[in-house]
Design a protein around this ligand. Structure first.
Ligand SMILES: NC(=O)c1ccc[n+]([C@@H]2O[C@H](COP(=O)([O-])OP(=O)(O)OC[C@H]3O[C@@H](n4cnc5c(N)ncnc54)[C@H](OP(=O)(O)O)[C@@H]3O)[C@@H](O)[C@H]2O)c1
Length: 160
């Protein structure tokens, strides 16, 4: 039996390297040959999702996923119509940085700023942590009510 990749994803829409037509048709060929089970993309805009979906549809292949940066603290994908477009076309949104690189775990706070490389990121500095303190307090409160951690509550928010 030929080994199959369950989900093969394009890491970024680098069209200067290769057109979407060329790339996604090559992926579709692999699906037809049975070496890839499903195709995903990462960091695609609403327009790019439409384009990718249309290219694959012509080949009778589904665009399964679009992985994007998405969390309670980073919701640009909603404002940019990426979530709605994906929903409309039946493309599953996969979230990366779903815990905002640890911010939504609640382990970093004004009294406990990180000591590692995160300390150079303004979001992890005192002012950044002050800004998100109300969000973390609410997540903690919900977590206490249901016996869940702050991280679990933040991840649950993403699951729709
Ligand atoms: N497709 C793309 O373009 C793309 C881009 C970026 C990232 N990614 C992928 O997304 C994944 C995660 O990225 P991310 O680091 O930004 O994700 P994240 O889930 O937002 O943050 C991960 C950090 O959260 C903390 N953490 C996770 N689970 C925890 C728990 N149960 N309790 C306490 N702390 C916890 C850890 O911090 P500590 O280190 O302090 O323990 C960990 O480093 C990676 O696999 C990466 O490859 C994909």
């Amino acid at each position: 039996m030929v080994p199959k990749v369950t989900l093969y994803k394009v890491h970024w829409p680098f069209t200067f390297l290769m057109s979407q037509e060329t790339l996604l048709n090559a992926f579709a060929d692999e699906v037809k040959q049975g070496r890839i089970e499903s195709i995903g993309v990462n960091n695609y805009s609403a327009e790019e999702i439409h384009q990718a979906h249309a290219i694959l549809e012509k080949r009778g292949v589904i665009l399964a996923t679009n992985q994007v940066r998405y969390s309670l603290l980073f919701r640009q994908v909603e404002a940019k119509g990426i979530v709605d477009t994906a929903r409309q076309l039946g493309v599953t949104i996969l979230a990366y940085s779903s815990l905002a690189q640890g911010l939504l775990t609640g382990k970093y706070m004004v009294e406990k700023v990180p000591t590692g490389p995160r300390k150079f990121d303004p979001r992890f500095q005192k002012s950044g942590l002050e800004k998100i303190a109300p969000v973390l307090a609410l997540l903690r409160q919900i977590g206490e009510k249901y016996g869940k951690t702050t991280a679990q509550v933040a991840l649950n928010w993403l699951v729709v």
